[in-house]
Design a protein around this ligand. Structure first.
Ligand SMILES: Nc1nc2c(ncn2[C@@H]2O[C@H](COP(=O)(O)OP(=O)(O)OP(=O)(O)O)[C@@H](O)[C@H]2O)c(=O)[nH]1
Ligand SMILES: [Mg+2]
Length: 286
């Protein structure tokens, strides 16, 4: 399935970030702990190359802990400061404060040596749509300063927020990139809700999820819906059989009594996105 989502406001947001990058000392990049690589924007990589880099595995409360620890190690080996964060509950935030302070202290000391005093250190918070940037900032500063919401595209423009007398944070709109190298990236982004559902075929998307679960979490659908399903699915067509079983079990039926696959698909996606299917990670480090 082909997915691409790069509307005009994202191109504009990217230009804004490029213009502001000169002012920035530290880049705090949020990725989704369920898809840490697919949610990492290569444009940001290119933009932030020589800045102090922090990677936050956000929403780790939704990911599979067995894989989250290997992802942490993966990024640490690449030289990032890494922390696991649940921005919603505040878990892990204290550790981030320490990391950010540390990254900033170095900068403050360097400024002093150059005779620059009283210039706050500036951190830019970046990441794909809906990854939790604004929620994270609110949790870090301890008050609701940035607008949040459970759909992609809530933050529209840039917003500076003061953390303390030394540190300022820049909240940015979530951006994807113009072309996904691999369509699986688009599928994973859509599954976690970072692509606007209006532009995707959610029924096809749910079939991709069924195929993935069959391979990596084979008990999940049977347990959730209390149905017996075929195993070792080969293609989307065989996945559609499973979706049909879900539709029947949940009473998603059309007027003539035929299973309503579209409704069942939305139900399945909703169950995945709200972790009613459990803690599931969608990609694994090599
Ligand atoms: N479970 C869980 N939910 C989170 C976490 N962080 C954020 N959320 C939820 O994710 C949704 C998106 O959060 P936002 O902070 O608006 O995301 P954003 O990255 O600012 O999104 P845009 O501004 O649209 O790019 C909200 O419903 C948050 O409550 C987390 O660590 N765990
Ligand atoms: Mg936001």
């Amino acid at each position: 399935m082909q997915i691409q989502w790069y509307p005009g406001h994202m191109a504009k947001a990217k230009r804004m970030m490029q213009e502001n990058i000169k002012l920035i000392d530290v880049v705090i990049e949020l990725v989704d702990a369920r898809i840490p690589l697919s949610s990492k924007n290569p444009d940001i990589e290119a933009m932030a190359g020589n800045k102090s880099r922090v990677i936050l595995l956000n929403k780790y409360d939704m990911a599979d802990p067995r894989h989250t620890s290997s992802w942490k190690e993966y990024f640490e080996n690449k030289g990032y400061f890494v922390a696991l964060v649940n921005s919603k509950s505040g878990n892990g935030i204290k550790q981030v404060k320490d990391i950010v302070n540390k990254a900033c202290e170095e900068k403050i000391a360097r400024n002093r040596r150059k005779g620059i005093m009283n210039r706050p250190v500036r951190a830019m918070v970046v990441g794909i749509p809906n990854v939790g940037k604004s929620t994270f900032i609110n949790s870090l500063v301890g008050r609701a300063s940035a607008k949040t919401g459970n759909k992609p595209g809530v933050t529209k423009g840039k917003q500076w927020i003061r953390l303390n007398k030394n540190i300022e944070l820049l909240d940015t709109p979530g951006i994807t990139w113009p072309k996904f190298e691999d369509q699986n990236i688009g599928i994973r982004l859509a599954l976690i809700g970072s692509i606007n559902d209006n532009i995707i075929n959610t029924t096809d998307l749910s079939l991709e999820l069924i195929l993935f679960l069959d391979k990596h979490y084979p008990e999940v659908i049977e347990n959730r819906y209390e149905i017996e399903t075929p195993k070792g699915l080969e293609d989307l067509k065989s996945a559609a059989k499973v979706l049909e079983l879900i539709a029947i079990k949940r009473g998603c039926l059309q007027k003539g009594g035929e299973p309503d696959l579209d409704r069942a698909a939305n139900l399945l996606l909703e169950d995945f996105r709200s972790t009613r299917l459990g803690n599931i990670t969608l990609e694994f480090p090599e």
